[in-house]
Design a protein around this ligand. Structure first.
Ligand SMILES: *[C@@H]1O[C@H](CO)[C@@H](O)[C@H](O)[C@H]1NC(C)=O
Ligand SMILES: *[C@@H]1O[C@H](CO)[C@@H](O)[C@H](O)[C@H]1NC(C)=O
Length: 712
């Protein structure tokens, strides 16, 4: 790997979003005259840039560096744009995949179906949704959504965050708080939509700043109540509100989280001896042509995406009895995130982030850190994205793939002495994890797709990173005026961790043994008994109901009205006649509790239910709409589902929202230990019997010779 290139990429990633390095580098050198990425980015030749193949070899492979370059030339030479090619801004550019039947009838070695791309660009302030045919060079225009703006470019974010510095009133406010303007670190905060006239016409962003003096963890030093509304296009400062003059900047002591800063301190760590997983014969998985993964009966396509982060496609699982490949999941990805903060005051009410559609969940996924983000046996996959000027760049090591053995058990049974049988049968559980980690400014989201040998896919989301905190005049909870809402928890002197939610809505295009599936609600309900016939007064009975239309598949989870949620193929049955299926199995989760008419909740209405099922429609992939930024919520999953289309025995998509309520606590300061939750896609009468019956136990002779110190 070319290390100077890597440092460019690192610089690009970090500076461009966090502004931390940006701020630091500008302390040491004059502010660069331009915030275009050109001076930060080199545009490397594909061979230097990426471990990904330079040409696509599967219909779902993402656009390559040379395809992106070609599309850029096609677009800048369009008559409409050629008058001023440098004014053409690329907000997104990705593969427009062939139709499902085309992909499924393709086999390795066949010529690829025609390559197409979808782009969202802006020219002279006007957004254009475009479809580009790479073989013919033709470009067609698609209708734009009724409201909203495209995903911000990285350049939008960085240049907006610098904009307040051009305003003398802003500098004066900062200085009045005792902060040097050279110690500022500023964040671009998406401003949502709240029905103000100005929001209809202009792309707006709110900028809030912190003091980076004395700590890398500037997030813990907010300049509370100072909010600058910036026009993202003109960089004009539209409005400044300064309502926190009495609130001190919290101290920097104790906020750093970097090992180099902490290793000498008196605070005790938790000493552990080194630990590692050995695979003496190498991994059991294979990655073919950069994106196709094969492991333990599974085959799937894995790729990075600027908006969704990580996309799993065309997943099939081998039947252990017939050996046949069976389709399971055609496409799965995080479609949108919604992160509303629970503080209605001036500097906080608008914090209602949608990290995929506003910021690009994949764009914010930084290179994974070997040995720590992923274990030593991990394989890394790059992402190829497009900068605002239409040029490609590579995000190194954005996804990792590794086999995990956490000491867990796959299945077991041992016989007790009662039977006299000496049986001790246990199988270890080994899984395959595909992981990415997005750092959306302060917060870090780890998304894992864990494939298991028994046919389960566990989708897990971990939250870590740094809280978004609020400055407070108080240093002890006894000082709070009794009637005043604090909106959170006092975490340290002058720092409140504000209550917030996280929702991650997954698009799951399940194809259980074929594309036409149905959604079944299996209700478990209490039945009374005839007390003459049995001493029991009650029992539980399972009743199946196939949802006919979308509204019957709008599901709110309830502990005392339990259901299982199956996706079945009613044309395929097992030997004994059960329809083959998979179920979605929720784990710990949280529901959206805001008023349905609250403007953020109108836009985030895709979280109004935990499960939805829609008929598959290529235009309905992004749960918050195609243009999420500042939209009014007319194009959400909730709106589509209200059409109440038939969903029985159709190609359907199941949407699952994983939620977290977060009441911050002191352990979350100055950086949060990971909190995670998950849900499973689990076979239910899909296999004839336990699919891992004939799997081998671990034997000492197969394992590497390492003596376990604890037992010696
Ligand atoms: C505000 O401060 C910054 C950083 O010191 C400086 O570059 C900028 O020129 C100042 N803006 C104005 C309008 O004085
Ligand atoms: C799915 O059902 C539709 C009718 O709703 C039918 O036209 C189509 O052929 C079916 N597809 C498959 C793969 O069976």
């Amino acid at each position: 790997m070319n290390s100077s290139f890597l440092s460019h990429i690192l610089c690009f990633s970090l500076c461009l979003f966090l502004l931390l390095l940006f701020t630091l580098s500008w302390l040491q050198t004059p502010i660069p005259p331009s915030t275009s990425p050109d001076h930060l980015l080199t545009h490397p030749k594909p061979t230097q840039a990426s471990s990904l193949p330079s040409t696509p070899s599967h219909p779902l492979d993402p656009l390559t560096i040379s395809e992106i370059t070609t599309i850029r030339s096609i677009l800048i030479s369009q008559p409409h744009f050629s008058s001023s090619p440098s004014s053409l801004i690329f907000h997104s550019l990705s593969l427009d995949p062939p139709d499902k039947d085309v992909v499924l009838s393709w086999s390795s070695g066949d010529p690829l179906p025609p390559r197409r791309a979808s782009a969202v660009v802006r020219f002279n302030g006007q957004a254009h949704s475009l479809s580009i045919d790479l073989s013919t060079g033709t470009v067609s225009s698609l209708p734009n959504p009724v409201s909203g703006f495209p995903t911000m470019t990285i350049e939008d974010m960085t240049s907006s965050a610098l904009a307040p510095l051009s305003d003398p009133a802003f500098n004066r406010s900062v200085i009045a708080r005792g902060v040097r303007t050279s110690d500022l670190a500023c964040l671009p905060v998406s401003s949502g939509w709240f029905g103000r006239e100005i929001e209809n016409k202009r792309r707006l962003i709110k900028v809030q700043c912190y003091s980076i003096e004395g700590t890398a963890n500037f997030y813990m030093r907010p300049i509370e109540g100072l909010t600058v509304l910036v026009d993202m296009d003109t960089k004009e400062v539209v409005e400044i509100t300064d309502e926190g003059g009495n609130i001190p900047i919290p101290k920097s002591a104790g906020t750093d989280y970097r090992y180099d800063e902490l290793r000498g301190s008196s605070e005790k760590g938790r000493p552990l001896r080194p630990i590692s997983i050995e695979q003496p014969e190498g991994p059991s998985f294979e990655v073919v042509d950069g994106h196709r993964v094969k492991w333990a009966g599974w085959e799937f396509h894995l790729k990075a995406d600027a908006r969704a982060g990580l996309v799993v496609s065309a997943a099939t699982v081998a039947d252990p009895i017939t050996g046949k490949r069976r389709s399971m999941l055609y496409k799965g990805f995080a479609s949108e995130l919604f992160v509303p903060y629970m503080d209605p005051t001036d500097a906080w009410y608008f914090k209602t982030y949608m990290d995929a559609g506003e910021y690009g969940f994949g764009l914010q996924a930084m290179p994974l850190v070997p040995l720590n983000d992923c274990p030593r046996n991990a394989y890394y996959m790059d992402g190829t994205f497009v900068a605002a000027d239409g040029r490609p760049y590579v995000r190194k090591n954005m996804i990792c793939l590794y086999e995990s053995y956490a000491g867990d058990i796959g299945w077991r049974h041992s016989e007790s002495p009662i039977t006299g049988l000496e049986i001790r049968e246990v199988r270890p559980k080994v899984t395959l994890v595909a992981r990415m980690a997005a750092s959306v400014a302060n917060y870090d989201y780890i998304v894992d797709w864990e494939f298991q040998t028994d046919g389960i896919i566990r989708v897990k989301v971990g939250l870590s990173g740094i809280l978004m905190v609020k400055g407070s005049p108080y240093t002890h909870i006894t000082q709070f005026p009794s009637k005043q809402d604090t909106y959170g928890t006092l975490l340290s002197e002058n720092i409140i961790g504000v209550i917030h939610d996280h929702f991650i809505t997954f698009h799951l295009d399940l194809d259980i043994d074929g594309a036409n599936n149905s959604f079944v609600k299996v209700q478990l309900s209490r039945q009374g008994t005839d007390s003459d016939a049995t001493p029991r007064r009650s029992y539980l009975k399972a009743t199946r109901h196939i949802a006919q239309t979308e509204k019957e598949a709008q599901i709110k989870l309830k502990l005392y009205e339990p259901y299982e949620f199956h996706v079945i193929n009613s044309d395929k049955t097992t030997r004994v006649g059960n329809p083959v299926g998979y179920k979605v199995v929720p784990a710990g989760t949280a529901a959206a509790l805001l008023d349905l008419k609250d403007p953020p909740q109108i836009r985030g209405a895709f979280t109004n239910n935990q499960i939805w099922v829609t008929p598959r429609d290529k235009k309905e992939e992004w749960a918050g709409g195609l243009f999420v930024y500042q939209n009014k919520g007319e194009d959400t999953l909730a709106v589509w589902s209200e059409r109440d289309r038939p969903i029985e025995n159709k190609d359907i998509v199941l949407w699952y929202t994983l939620g977290f309520h977060h009441i911050p606590c002191q352990e979350d300061f100055p950086i949060m230990p990971i909190v995670s939750s998950s849900f499973d896609l689990k076979p239910v009468n899909f296999f004839e019997r336990n699919p891992i019956l004939n799997s081998a136990p671990n034997l000492e002779k197969d394992l590497p010779v390492c003596t376990a110190a604890a037992s010696s």
